[in-house]
Design a protein around this ligand. Structure first.
Ligand SMILES: [Zn+2]
Length: 229
């Protein structure tokens, strides 16, 4: 194969991949914002037309979403927005807890002052009142960021990749929290986050593991309760 042919092949691949990425991001956002609701059928032809792309990137994007657990693909009847069962969420939260605790055990002793500062910054954002959807979004983001600091402190790339793969289900789980009773739990959540950041600042891995475990397991049981209703 000569150089020109290789270049042509490479450029073609990049463009195809970009279309898939855009389609994937667009459908993913629709699912996580609940514009596409659980159990909804995904029609490949309609999606391709709406998005102005061919069928191939839509099919590939659906495969990616299926791998993330956001879409269920049935060979006969088609593809559907995933309906998360209580068991799915329970499993996701158990693994999330194990990964965060592992990161805490391995990484917290060597965590930088800068990372602690960042954690305190997120804690200050989390302390702000949450009344509007925009404030809610900022709150969720600070929450994710705080937990991500712990994951990153481990310096373990495989652990970080596994943690990433749970994010879609965690985001879907949060949709079950979209109600007024969530407000009532904010105070407790803040106390838990304070305990987490204090243990981080002390480089106290045992304290951090125990604070994380009770925080994540409490969130899990609230979520499972909400789903049962
Ligand atoms: Zn949290």
């Amino acid at each position: 194969m000569d150089i020109v042919a290789t270049e042509t092949l490479t450029l073609g691949r990049i463009e195809r991949r970009r279309a898939v990425d855009d389609v994937h991001a667009s459908i993913r956002e629709a699912i996580l914002s609940r514009r596409f609701y659980p159990g909804m059928r995904l029609n490949v032809d309609e999606l391709a037309e709406q998005l102005g792309v061919s069928l191939t990137p839509v099919r590939s994007a659906i495969q990616l979403l299926a791998a993330e657990g956001l879409v269920d693909v049935h060979s006969r009847s088609g593809s559907f927005v995933a309906t998360l069962s209580r068991r799915d969420l329970a499993e996701t939260f158990d693994i999330r807890c194990a990964l965060e605790c592992l990161a805490a055990e391995n990484g917290i002793v060597g965590i930088t002052d800068e990372a602690i500062q960042n954690a305190r910054k997120q804690l200050a954002i989390l302390a702000k009142p949450v009344r509007t959807p925009l404030q809610r979004q900022a709150h969720e983001q600070a929450n994710s960021e705080l937990h991500q600091i712990i994951i990153d402190s481990s310096g373990n790339k495989r652990l970080a990749d596994m943690y990433d793969s749970l994010q879609a289900h965690i985001a879907m789980g949060r949709l079950h929290n979209a109600d007024e009773s969530w407000q009532l739990r904010l105070e407790q959540e803040q106390a838990e986050h304070e305990e987490i950041v204090e243990a981080m600042a002390r480089r106290d891995s045992d304290g951090l593991v125990s604070a994380l475990r009770s925080h994540i397991m409490r969130a899990k049981s609230v979520l499972l309760e909400r789903m049962a209703e």
